[in-house]
Design a protein around this ligand. Structure first.
Ligand SMILES: NC(=O)c1ccc[n+]([C@@H]2O[C@H](COP(=O)([O-])OP(=O)(O)OC[C@H]3O[C@@H](n4cnc5c(N)ncnc54)[C@H](O)[C@@H]3O)[C@@H](O)[C@H]2O)c1
Length: 461
């Protein structure tokens, strides 16, 4: 392992950047942020995206999902002619020395990663290779061993023809909702390769980022990513377990959290009690890590516990709602939050996707509000629960969503909820009850207005 931060010579990168072409395969959350960010930094970035609808929007400078500030960087990069599009991987590989693979790596029903998309990309890259040397960097989250398989797959698909390339594993750590900030200020840049010179060359693309750069092996890079996500998931399940204990006594988890998190060895981040983690990464990568452990006959008990604790959060929250309301049948319940967290419209694995149908099944009428996630949620409900669509109403105004409501259920953590006028909301509701699944409101202030307030891990009367 080599820590490069101090060692990198700061080359006058601006002069050469515009001649450096970087190809991005897959313009989703990771690919599009990376593309717009690298273009803004001065590189000549090319995109291939197979989803035609998505590509059409991106070409027009419209971000196909909500990510703060990304729209601006996307438009600027297109206007500056630093971001362009290619129809296929063949053209992209032909033009670019550096190829960043950012396609999805979902998991299958058995909990293992689905390598289908990566395999297709390996085949298309293999069919595109000519004499020029290519550096293929995997940015997708993958199980250890993938980089080596990817290399082998390309060589196989070449069927004995010369294959002039190297594979690098460069995991992505961006947080949705903070992705632009994270792109420009990465906590660390991890570059894994069998070939130190190539890894160093890739690191030079990032030489004007003020972040530590670690050069490691392919497998180390892959494990670092999975282990990082597993650690974050573990912290969340840890504090949620302690929240259960807190509720058994007259205690507030927020005070306990502060008392634990002020220890610099522990820290406050990801130590927030709530209804558990969701999103496209933590649940998927945790499940896949357990499969990797099982595959190598390593005991995954720690991560299994983290997963079970997370899944229990939904049931615990639903019980809290029922206990607070006595009866939910034919009552209007207002749910604030369908995206898996604030500042994104991404609803993948969002806890609300499980909570809303469960409450609806028990006869509640659900008014749903979310600042950005409603359109994705509408598609989700129509596809998966068409029979509930009459009982689930999507409302685009936070106040309207509370009219005649029996309770507000807070399921993600947008700032808008903190800033709302609760005096107005109190007047609009049938019974002023708030069940805060993210502990974002101030209990004293809310109770002072007259609300009955329930939160997570807080049993102070
Ligand atoms: N979303 C995050 O916050 C995040 C953070 C870190 C790592 N990751 C990892 O990065 C990877 C991508 O995640 P994402 O959220 O950006 O996924 P995504 O589904 O939003 O984007 C993937 C894109 O790749 C495109 N694609 C797939 N195959 C293609 C092909 N052959 N040619 C061209 N385009 C193709 C898809 O159409 C899609 O637009 C995953 O492995 C994920 O685990 C995601």
């Amino acid at each position: 392992m080599v820590l490069l931060k101090e060692k990198l010579e700061k080359i006058d990168i601006d002069d050469i950047k515009k001649d450096v072409k970087i190809g991005i395969i897959g313009a989703g959350y990771v690919g599009l942020v990376t593309a717009a960010g690298l273009a803004y930094k001065g590189y000549n970035v090319l995109i291939v995206e197979k989803d035609k609808e998505k590509l059409k929007k991106i070409k027009q400078g419209i971000c196909p999902f909500y990510e703060p500030d990304l729209q601006k960087y996307l438009l600027d990069s297109i206007e500056l002619n630093r971001l362009s599009f290619r129809e296929n991987i063949f053209d992209l590989v032909n033009e670019c020395r550096y190829i960043f693979v950012c396609v999805g790596t979902p998991i299958k029903d058995d909990g293992t990663y689905d390598m289908y998309y990566l395999d297709i990309v390996a085949k298309e890259i293999a069919n595109s290779l000519k004499n020029d040397f290519k550096v293929i960097t995997i940015r997708s989250t993958v199980p250890p061993g993938t980089g080596r398989w990817f290399k082998k797959a390309i060589i196989r698909y070449r069927r004995g023809l010369k294959a002039n390339f190297e594979v690098v594993s460069m995991p992505e750590f961006l947080r949705e909702g903070n992705a632009i900030y994270d792109f420009f200020n990465p906590s660390r840049i991890i570059i894994g390769s069998d070939n130190y010179d190539i890894a160093k060359e890739v690191s030079e693309l990032y030489s004007d980022f003020n972040s530590p750069i670690l050069i490691v092996s392919l497998e180390e890079a892959e494990i670092i990513k999975l282990a990082s996500n597993a650690f974050l998931a573990t912290k969340i399940s840890f504090i949620n377990s302690i929240a259960n204990l807190s509720e058994a006594f007259e205690a507030n988890i927020e005070n306990i959290r502060l008392g634990i998190g002020l220890d610099p060895r522990i820290g406050m981040d990801f130590l927030k009690a709530g209804i558990g983690f969701g999103g496209s990464c933590l649940p998927k990568d945790l499940t896949a890590l357990i499969s990797v452990f099982n595959n190598y006959q390593i005991n995954p008990i720690l991560f299994e516990a983290v997963k079970i604790i997370n899944e229990e959060r939904i049931e615990i929250f639903i019980n809290k709602v029922k206990n607070a309301l006595w009866n939910i049948k034919n009552k209007i319940l207002t749910v604030w939050g369908v995206s898996f967290k604030a500042n994104t419209d991404d609803i993948r694995e969002s806890p609300a996707l499980k909570i809303i149908p469960r409450l609806s099944q028990e006869g509640a009428i659900i008014n749903v509000y979310d600042p950005k996630g409603l359109h994705n949620f509408q598609n989700y409900i129509q596809k998966n629960y068409p029979h509930f669509s009459n009982n689930i109403k999507l409302i685009e105004n936070i106040y309207e969503s509370t009219v005649n409501s029996s309770a507000i259920l807070i399921t993600n953590d947008w700032d808008e909820y903190k800033k709302a006028n609760y005096y107005n909301i109190y007047e609009l509701m049938e019974t002023p009850i708030i069940i805060d699944g993210r502990n974002i409101l101030n209990p004293l202030e809310i109770k002072e207005i007259g609300f009955e307030y329930y939160s997570i891990g807080n049993n102070i009367k």
